[in-house]
Ligand binder design. Sequence first.
Ligand code: AP5
Ligand code: MG
Length: 190
Amino acid sequence: MKKLNIVLFGPPGAGKGTQSTFLIERYGLVHLSTGDLLRAEIKAESPLGIQAKELMDQGDLVPDEVVIGMIRNKMEAHLDAKGFIFDGFPRTKAQAEALDGMLNGKGEPIVAMLALEVPEKELVKRLIGRGATSGRADDKDEAVISNRIREYEAKTAPLKDYYGAQGKYKALDGVGTVEDITARLVKAIG
Ligand code: AP5
Ligand code: MG
């Protein structure tokens, strides 16, 4: 059976993590979030975590080779997965090309890039709101949140064209209740 490999795309605070939990349950997929993997490295105080923390706390992207290596390891650990939800990866053209290289080589390409669209004002509101309880250093400071959004616009948003050229890009309204947005995603997956 064809693997359901999906890129769940969107700016910081768009709801990628929230929606991933519903989609992995519904379709039996494996969730691959580079942000979660990096935060686990920080918690473990590994050399990689120590290096990444400085960049993440400022809202800057970590180097491509770091996240590509993490994704490769996780995919190899789940060879029998029905599919993957990629959350927060790829974030640059180099990452997207590396991912295509890994998946296309196995005949298991990305089937869709589903992009959650949320206005910047709402993103900031959500992230500041979460900052009160999440313990995420990058949710506390409005300047860091702005930098995360700038990084997204400069380096990550262009991937809409990358996947668009492959006929895989689909934009979805990311504003509404969590349930509404899950329903939109399920409809798009079809
Ligand atoms: P990462 O962990 O990926 O964070 P992010 O993309 O900035 O986004 P978030 O996780 O904050 O948002 P989300 O879209 O998952 O939304 P969520 O569901 O949590 O990356 C963190 C950092 O790691 C990066 O800045 C970078 O430094 C590094 N990094 C990670 N991946 C990398 C890569 N590939 N390359 C290089 N560097 C990388 O929701 C947000 C909030 O909104 C929550 O409080 C939630 O409850 C709420 N919410 C969700 N849905 C709704 C709704 N419908 N209505 C109202 N509130 C909602
Ligand atoms: Mg997330």
